[in-house]
Design a protein around this ligand. Structure first.
Ligand SMILES: [Zn+2]
Length: 158
């Protein structure tokens, strides 16, 4: 059997793992996360969409979950390293393709169309914009990405 590629793995993160979920989304991974995702709620959601569970819950094992990874550390940086290691993810591409708030895939948006949606300074200095079709959040890669790339470098995954 070949190892699953990063495109194929989909995750369901338990509600203790918000920061990890967000960083996996930065790396372009498909991760569902929310208040309802713990215990049997997490198991049902993972089963319904064939997702790999990420959990810090020691009790989950007793609930006959589908495939899961028990996340060992409390530190999101170590958590991220663990998931990348155990799933053989290749962080690098595709970065920044998902909404960090709701996991939807971002779409390019024309500069003219975001004039009223972003601060004037951002509008006048940025050329490229993306937006989330689900929650309508607007992203401008240059600023967002620089900070996150630095952080990923600090974490040691890029
Ligand atoms: Zn969104």
């Amino acid at each position: 059997m070949t190892a699953p590629t990063s495109e194929q793995v989909k995750f369901a993160a338990d509600r203790m793992l918000g920061r990890l979920a967000r960083w996996l989304r930065v790396l372009g991974q498909d991760v569902i996360y929310g208040r309802h995702l713990s215990g049997y709620g997490l198991i049902h959601a993972a089963r319904a969409e064939n997702r790999l569970i990420l959990t810090r819950d020691h009790g989950l094992k007793q609930k006959q979950p589908p495939k899961f990874i028990f996340i060992e550390s409390n530190d999101y940086r170590e958590q991220l390293r663990q998931v990348i290691r155990e799933c053989g993810l290749r962080p690098g591409e595709p970065l920044f393709t998902r909404c960090l708030e709701c996991n939807a895939v971002l779409q390019p948006k024309s500069k003219e169309s975001v004039e009223k949606l972003v601060p004037p300074y951002v509008f006048s200095t940025q050329a490229e914009f993306f937006w989330c079709p689900q929650c309508r959040r607007v992203y401008w890669p240059a600023t967002h990405h620089q900070k996150m790339l630095e952080e990923l470098g600090n974490i040691g995954v890029l």
